[in-house]
Design a binder for this molecule. Structure first.
Ligand code: SF4
Ligand code: SF4
Length: 181
C-alpha cells in the first residue's frame, strides 16, 4: 500500500531478550524522563486566578456596539446574518418612533437580535460585513452552560453597556485590545 507520509515505522515483533523481560532498563528510562521534567518550568497555570494572554487576533463573544452618545448602532440591515456561514444570527427589525432618537442611531433598529453560540464558529465574518460598526467579537470567552437554550444570546446579552452611564461594565466588555471602540 502506498504511504501518504514518510512517518510510517516498521514495528519489530521479535521476542524479548532476558534483560528486556525484566523491564528494568525500560523502568529506569521512564524514571529518567520523569526526573528530567522535575526541573523544568511547570506549564500549568492556576486558572481562573491566572489567565494566559490571548492572541491579538482572538475572537470571542459578540458585542452589539453603541455610538459615542450611547445610541444603538445596529440598523437591522441583516448583512451580518447573510454573511454568517453558520446561519447563527437572526433578528427582527423595527421602526424608530419620534422621541427614540437618543436610543437608536438609525431610523430602523433591531428589536430582536439573537446569536446561537452553538452554531457560531467565531469566524468574524459578521463583524467584517457590518457597515455600521455595530457588531464585533470581544476578548470574552463564551461561558459554559448546562442547557442548549443558555447558548442562545439575545440582544440584552449582547448589547454593550452604555459608556456614558456604566463605565466599569463598558471597560470590561470591550477588553484590553479593543480600546478604539
Ligand atoms: S462569528 Fe462567524 S459564525 Fe459566528 S455569528 Fe459571526 S459570522 Fe456567524
Ligand atoms: S449588526 Fe451590522 S450588519 Fe448586522 S444587522 Fe446590525 S447593522 Fe446590519
Amino acid at each position: 500500500m502506498q504511504a501518504l507520509t514518510n512517518r510510517r515505522k516498521e514495528v519489530s515483533r521479535k521476542p524479548m531478550t532476558f534483560i528486556e523481560s525484566l523491564y528494568i532498563p525500560a523502568i529506569l528510562k521512564g524514571m529518567g524522563i520523569t526526573f528530567r521534567h522535575i526541573f523544568t518550568k511547570n506549564p500549568t497555570i492556576r486558572y481562573p486566578e491566572q489567565k494566559r494572554p490571548f492572541s491579538p487576533v482572538f475572537r470571542g463573544l459578540h458585542v452589539l456596539n453603541r455610538d459615542e452618545a450611547g445610541r444603538e448602532r445596529c440598523t437591522a440591515c441583516g448583512l451580518c446574518a447573510v454573511a454568517c456561514p453558520a446561519e447563527a444570527i437572526t433578528m427582527e427589525a423595527a421602526e424608530r418612533v419620534p422621541g427614540e432618537e437618543s436610543k437608536y442611531r438609525e431610523e430602523k433598529y433591531a428589536a430582536k437580535y439573537e446569536i446561537n453560540m452553538l452554531r457560531c464558529i467565531f469566524c468574524g465574518l459578521c463583524e467584517d460585513a457590518c457597515p455600521k460598526d455595530a457588531i464585533y467579537l470581544s476578548e470574552t470567552v463564551t461561558p459554559a452552560n448546562y442547557t442548549r437554550k443558555g447558548f442562545i444570546y439575545g440582544k440584552e446579552d449582547l448589547l454593550i453597556p452604555n459608556r456614558n452611564v456604566e463605565l466599569e461594565e463598558y471597560a470590561e466588555a470591550i477588553g484590553e485590545s479593543r480600546r478604539k471602540y
